[in-house]
Design a protein around this ligand. Structure first.
Ligand code: VGL
Ligand code: ZN
Length: 211
């Protein structure tokens, strides 16, 4: 496995953002990330080290536009054209209030200060915790984090090549320093998307580190 520099000690202006560690993204779930649950021990240890921690939760209404079942004749992992461009279609996942949308029971983050839910607009997907897939609609998270005075966002969780990638790039665009703890992430790897994501993050100025 590739080695990355060690994560620097957590400072008061750092926040750990734990992305989408939900049952549907873990083995046995509707959209399992291979070894998705393997990140949980590392994420729990990270959460204990940080003064401030937040969680994100993928949170779709039934019949969401990103679900293949919402498009007769289409299958999961096919791409379609929607109003805001290309959209990969997924199996139904993280439906609001379902077991699949719950955080994995192994996740132990008692000090989490907020849960940012995303993907609730029936007609817009949202990989990023900051901006929906139309690339226009803001979730409000950057204003919130800025108002609280954070300078660096440290990301971990699922999936490296979708929600972690989009969140990292948007956090940079919003002017935050961004680190991704690679050993505390796993990817879906749809047609080589994992390596591409790591390369894109490195190039855009995300610090890839290990816990
Ligand atoms: C995600 C695909 C669809 C993720 C969420 O959390 O990376 N990926 N919805
Ligand atoms: Zn989703």
């Amino acid at each position: 496995m590739t080695r990355y520099p060690a994560l620097s000690p957590a400072a008061e202006q750092d926040i750990l953002l734990i992305v989408d560690i939900q049952n549907d993204f873990c083995p046995g779930g509707a959209l399992p990330v291979p070894q998705g649950d393997a990140v949980i021990p590392a994420v729990n240890r990270l959460a204990a080290r940080f003064p401030h921690v937040g969680l994100t939760q993928d949170w779709h209404p039934a019949g969401h536009l990103s679900f293949a079942t919402s498009h007769p004749g289409k299958k999961p992992f096919e791409t379609i054209e929607v109003s805001y461009g290309l959209q990969i279609l997924w199996p139904d996942h993280c439906v609001q209030g379902s077991f699949g949308a719950d955080f994995h029971q192994g996740l132990k983050v008692p000090r989490a200060e907020f849960v940012l839910r995303k993907g609730y607009d029936p007609a817009i997907d949202s990989y990023s915790a900051f901006r929906e897939n139309d690339r226009q609609t803001k979730t409000g998270l950057s204003s919130y984090l800025r108002e609280r005075g954070f300078a660096r966002i440290v990301l971990c969780g699922l999936a490296t090549d979708f929600c972690v990638l989009y969140s990292a790039q948007d956090a940079l665009a919003e002017g935050f320093l961004v680190s991704v703890v690679v050993d505390a992430t796993r990817g879906l790897d749809v047609e080589g998307s994992l390596e591409k994501a790591l390369g894109a993050m490195r190039e855009s100025g995300v610090a890839l580190v290990q816990s």
